[in-house]
Design a protein around this ligand. Structure first.
Ligand code: E4P
Length: 228
């Protein structure tokens, strides 16, 4: 499963990458507003980060018309090259833009997906990723995990090489369930990474190890017992 961090703050991205094996980072227009005043400076820093770590960067177009989306995507592609995934919204103009972008060799993620049928047409149009918003789907009385399961099956049945990139999570359990239905990728907040690995029983066991060691060996470390 691919893991992305859903944030635009470069220091947070670097911190997550230091601890966890991420495949890149994802942004959306709202996330980028948190970096207002810094975006221009961040653009080259994002590229440096992508090149140094060989990871993907996701940017969403802000245009409304397909032709303008394409122009934005081309400019982003010229700058970010193979590291770019351009996010196109799951609206009519976005669907038109998918094939325009694919014809230019641009990697595409159809985003803000809330139904299996939106995902199906995105895959059919040639999208490389679809990004269903899991919690939003749950909140409208459907089941985000079931929707993803159906997308994975439909893509397999139709022979579409499109990955499902789960987005918008509220619980670690949603991610656990997505992994079991064959979801290929998720994008999550930095906090969610910590939540995924955190376990009270692990902490309790570690405290037991620490106490027993200290009572017996004091300040000595395991490496102190190894001959030079
Ligand atoms: C995905 O790329 C989106 O940025 C994100 O997951 C949206 O989630 P939210 O609307 O729950 O913040």
């Amino acid at each position: 499963m691919e893991f992305y961090v859903d944030i635009a703050d470069l220091e947070s991205i670097k911190k997550v990458a230091e601890y966890y094996p991420i495949d890149g980072f994802t942004t959306n227009p709202k996330i980028l507003t948190k970096e207002a005043g810094k975006v221009e400076g961040l653009i080259p820093q994002y590229r440096k980060f992508a090149e140094e770590n060989d990871v993907k960067v996701f940017f969403q177009v802000t245009a409304e018309k397909a032709e303008n989306m394409l122009e934005q995507a081309k400019k982003l592609k010229a700058y970010y090259g193979k590291y770019l995934v351009v996010k196109l919204p799951a609206v009519k103009e976005g669907y038109k833009a998918v094939r325009l972008c694919k014809a230019e060799g641009i990697c595409v993620c159809v985003t803000v997906v809330h139904s299996m049928t939106q995902a199906l047409l995105a895959a059919k149009a040639g999208a490389d990723f679809v990004a269903p918003y899991i919690s939003h789907i749950d909140n409208i009385g459907a089941d985000g995990v079931t929707a993803v399961e159906e997308m994975v099956m439909a893509f397999e049945n139709g022979g579409y090489p499109c990955k499902v990139l789960g987005a918008s999570f509220r619980t670690a359990d949603q991610i656990r369930r997505l992994a079991t239905v064959g979801c290929q990728a998720v994008t999550i907040t930095p906090e969610m990474f910590d939540l995924l690995i955190g376990h009270a029983s692990t902490d309790a066991s570690m405290e037991g190890f620490r106490k027993a060691w200290k009572e017996t060996f004091g300040e000595k470390q395991i490496s102190d017992f190894v001959p030079e």
